[in-house]
Design a protein around this ligand. Sequence first.
Ligand code: HPA
Ligand code: ZN
Length: 319
Amino acid sequence: MPLPKAELHLHIEGTLEPELAFELAARNGVTLPYADTDALREAYAFKDLQSFLNLYYELMAVLRTEQDFTDLANAYLARAAAQGVRHAEIFFDPQAHISRGLSLGTVVEGLWRALGDSERNHGVSTKLIMCFLRDESADSALETLTAAQPYLDRITGVGLDSAEVGHPPAKFREVYEVAARLGLRRVAHAGEEGPPQYITEALDVLGVERVDHGLRCMEDPALVERLVRERIPLTLCPLSNVRLRAVDTLADHPLPAMLDAGLMCTVNSDDPAYFGGYAGDNFAAVQQTLGLTEDRLRELARNSFRASFLEDDEERRAR
Ligand code: HPA
Ligand code: ZN
C-alpha cells in the first residue's frame, strides 16, 4: 500500500503523456512535429526551465475540446491514485489555452467533468488552482481573473508559474489583491530558478500561503529562519529539479538539509509526464537516493495534508 499523500504542486498540462498527446492529435487533426512517441520522448532532454516550457506549450496544441481536458485529468487522477495520492490541488494555465482560441469555459468545464467525479471514480479529492503566466503582462493576468468570475465556485486559488527570472512576484501585486478580495487562496512559484528575494516578495507582496518550489531559500539563512517560524509550506519537486537542472543530481538535492532545518517540506511531481515520475515515484526516489527514513517520509506525507487547502473535516476523510 503506497503511503497516503496529498499532491500540492501539479500542472495538469504537465501530465500529458506522449501516448495521449498522439491520441489527441489524431482526434483533433493536429500534426505534431515528432514522428512517434519515442521521437517525442527524445525531446525531453531539458537544460533549464525555459527549454522545458517551450515543449510544454508546444504540446498543448493537441488540447482542443472539453473532452480532451476531461481525458487528461482522468488519466492523471488514475495514475496519482495508484501511487497513494488521496487529494490533489491541481494547477492549470488558462492563458496558454485562451491564447490558442479556446474559451476558459472549455478548460474549466472539461477539467471539472473529471474533478467533480474524482472522489467517486478515483478516490481522490481535488481542488483547482488557476495559475497566471508570469512572463505575460499583469493586465493579461487581471483579464484572466475577470474572465474566471463565473467559475469561482470551482476555483480554490490562484498561482503564478512559467519563466521565473526577470518576472518578480511584485509585478502581480494588484491581481493578487483582487484575488484575495474574491476569497481565493494564494500560492506562487518562487525560488525555483529565481533568487531568494522572489520568495520574500511572494510572501510580503502577494500574501502567498504556500511557496511552490522555494528551493533557493537555502541560500538565505534569515529567510529559512522566517519560513520555519511562520510554518510556510514549500511544495518541492525533486525529479523536476533534476530534469530542469536546478540541482546537478538527485543526490545533491537539499531536501534532507531542508527537513533538518525544520522547513515544512512537501514532495510533489510538478509535470510528471515530462520529469520521469508521479508523486509516489518522487517519494521513492528521495527515499532511495537521499536515504530518507520511514519517519521522514511519514513527515512529508503528513505535511502534504496539513499544507493543503482542505478543511479539517475534509482532511480527516482524505487521510
Ligand atoms: N516552473 C514554472 N512554470 C511551470 C512549471 C515549472 O516547473 N511547470 C509548468 N509551468
Ligand atoms: Zn511547477
